[in-house]
Design a protein around this ligand. Structure first.
Ligand code: ADP
Ligand code: MG
Length: 429
């Protein structure tokens, strides 16, 4: 039975449901490489660890988190260290570099039993990988064509690294991105890649004119739990805790939460179970509502919501950023989905623009970006939430003309923290 995991990576039994997602990733990997897209705490790393813990075929999966890397050379050091820590790839590396005095000797002399950090230190201190990262990168390309067991390289938070390097040195980022594309698409390569990220790689690269460096990757957008999975998860968690679950409690949990984003569901479940244990009271819908207000909207989850806010400051530039804040402020205060035209007027006003083809196009691009980044979603006329077409970008034209926050919880949080900002502005106008 699963146990609640809050914040850490859920593994084994604790990684619940998501069979479709995992199937889809493996099936895409037959032909393509995969980019997993979702905001923080949506379950990307959990999915990646599932690939790592239960590899298929003859893949050897390796996982690296590159969020803290900000140079191409450091990325190559990280990658080589990870490869040579693994017996199979160490053997291939020794064969590949056997003729070379420096790196071949380094590999032969490398003490056994070093941990990952230790290997990185050795590479930095005893080799010229840092100075000649691109040459070594080319060698890795040929390494990955050899052997009978293909590499499945799982790279977490790749877009953060790409952005770090872009901010520091565009030329270096370009070289790395082009090398990496060539590595993925090399005709003889056996390796496959799964890349994950909490920020939008496509729009980050689009802004720098570099989107063609990832046009070979198939994008998978993570979704919240389907309704049945969410229900089953609640049931199993209650069962494991030996606490009786009434239909009313289950419904209240699902209703207050809106889209069952696994992390928010886990936090809410932990909060209500803790309350019942500490207060020794009965589990009632009232307890769920109290926990929702006091624990979910405040507490440690606030940092996750704050991430949505700061992502705008970091990745939405100039008018885009200002208009995004206005639009989200207005949507957070609205009781119902807001009309596209109303939001377009907000956009024009924020930018002091007049309506026209260009301003409409820019507005639509912004709405598209906010959709892709999980802030909002089109709301269909029947009241049901329209699902995004699998894997495809958020397509405004095919949707109805109103928008709502993607997550009910984020909407309430936004209103509490940033809704007033705009209300006061409006009064002044
Ligand atoms: N399939 C799942 N089963 C159970 N909990 C999950 C699942 N997916 C996500 N979670 C919850 O979300 C949190 C964040 O998951 P994680 O994989 O680290 O997300 P991300 O990498 O997108 O930030 C976990 O600590 C857990 O509370
Ligand atoms: Mg993660």
């Amino acid at each position: 039975m699963p146990e609640l995991v809050i914040g850490n990576v859920p593994r084994g039994e604790d990684y619940f449901g998501q069979e479709h997602l995992i199937e889809r990733i493996w099936s895409n990997l037959e032909k393509d490489n995969v980019l997993l897209v979702a905001p923080r705490r949506f379950g990307k790393t959990g999915a990646m660890y599932n690939l790592l813990d239960f590899p298929r075929g003859s893949y050897i999966p390796l996982y690296i988190d590159v969020a803290y890397i900000n140079s191409a050379a450091d990325f190559i050091v990280e990658l080589i260290a990870k490869l040579i820590k693994q017996r199979h790839f160490l053997r291939l590396a020794k064969e590949l570099w056997t003729g070379t005095k420096k790196f071949g000797k380094f590999l032969r002399d490398l003490p056994g039993g070093l941990d990952f950090g230790g290997i990185k230190v050795e590479i930095r201190e005893k080799t010229d990988v840092k100075d000649r990262w691109l040459d070594y990168g080319e060698q890795i390309k040929s390494l990955l064509t050899k052997g009978d067991k293909p590499l499945l390289l799982i790279i977490d938070e790749f877009p953060i690294m790409a952005n770090n390097i872009l901010n520091k040195n565009v030329e270096e980022a370009k070289q790395l991105l082009h090398w990496f594309r060539a590595l993925r698409t090399a005709r003889e390569t056996k390796a496959r890649f799964v890349i994950g990220g909490s920020i939008n790689l496509v729009s980050t690269l689009e802004y720098k004119g570099l989107v063609d460096t990832i046009n070979d990757i198939s994008i998978i957008r993570l979704k919240p739990f389907p309704a049945e999975t969410a229900q089953k998860y609640i049931e199993e968690i209650f069962l494991a805790q030996k606490i009786e679950l009434t239909g009313a409690v289950k419904e209240t949990i699902l209703e207050t939460l809106g889209e069952p984003i696994p992390y928010l569901l886990a936090v809410l479940l932990k909060a209500i179970l803790d309350r019942v244990k500490i207060l020794r009271c009965e589990m009632t819908p009232g307890i769920v509502l109290e926990a929702f207000d006091e624990d979910l909207l405040g507490g440690s989850t606030s940092a996750v919501f704050q991430h949505y806010r700061s992502r705008i400051d970091q990745y939405y530039f100039d008018l885009e950023g200002r208009a995004a804040k206005e639009i989200l402020g207005i949507m957070s205060r609205a009781d119902n989905p807001v009309k596209k035209d109303t939001l377009f007027q907000v956009y024009l006003k924020t930018g002091n623009l007049s309506p026209g083809v260009q301003s409409r196009e820019d507005f639509l691009r912004l709405m598209n970006k906010l959709g892709n980044d999980f802030y909002l979603k089109p709301h269909s006329r029947g009241g049901a939430i329209s699902r995004f077409a699998a894997g495809s970008a958020f397509d405004l034209k095919s949707q109805d003309n109103t928008y709502a926050f993607y997550s009910r919880v984020l909407k309430i949080w936004w209103k509490t923290h940033y809704g007033w900002d705009y209300k006061d502005d409006e009064k002044e106008r």
